[in-house]
Ligand binder design. Structure first.
Ligand code: MN
Length: 204
């Protein structure tokens, strides 16, 4: 049910993305941030809950600076196995382009780390549009919140870092933390639009 929209949008004979099946992590809840070059470069922020990945597209990517409020558009649930997906989505398919994993790890409720209670709290936060959680990633650590914008039909949320020991007060640009040998950066480099030469008016 939750993954029907995900499945509907994709042709699994063409894309190597995983088919939508409900599945849970064994112990700790998982999160992933994927960097995705589709028609536009963006980040996909995903939190495991109830056997699927709750998903937001974050155009500017996450930030560790609490002053940044990063727009996060909630999109359809993705299957749990999507957390391991990286690679090419062939042309003509939904989200065609390249995906790479930017950060991954576990996450939890801030109040209670006991799985059942944590999931109950997270579910309630998601429903009320005020979702607080802590991330244990390689890049993203500490407390964050996803806050739903009120009176808004297009599912816009804000991803905000809480002020804790993992926060930075310097300018934070997620693009500066892409991996060395990033396939996306390689692709971007190879597909740079050639700079148009100014037409020099040649005199006869
Ligand atoms: Mn995406």
């Amino acid at each position: 049910m939750a993954l029907s929209l995900y499945n509907k949008k994709r042709n699994f004979k063409q894309t190597t993305e995983p088919a939508g099946k409900v599945k849970k992590s064994a112990s700790q809840l998982s999160f992933v941030v994927q960097r995705h070059k589709a028609s536009r470069l963006h980040y996909d922020f995903r939190l495991e809950l109830d056997g699927a990945l709750k998903s937001w597209a974050v155009p500017k990517g996450p930030s560790l600076n609490p002053q940044d409020k990063r727009l996060a558009m909630m999109v359809e649930d993705h299957p749990y196995d999507y957390k391991d997906f990286a690679g090419i989505i062939p042309a003509g398919n939904y989200g065609a382009g390249i995906v790479e994993i930017w950060d991954e790890g576990t996450y939890n409720d801030i109040e209670n780390s006991e799985r059942k209670i944590a999931e109950k709290n997270l579910r309630a936060g998601l429903k009320s549009g005020d979702l607080k959680f802590q991330l244990f990633g390689k890049k993203l650590k500490g407390e964050f919140a996803l806050i739903k914008l009120k009176n808004n039909e297009d599912n816009s949320w804000l991803l905000i870092k809480h002020n804790d020991k993992y926060a930075t007060h310097d300018e934070y640009n997620s693009e500066a933390y892409t991996k060395i040998n990033s396939p996306i950066n390689k692709w971007l480099e190879e597909n740079k639009k050639p700079v148009k030469k100014k037409s020099s008016s040649k005199r006869p």
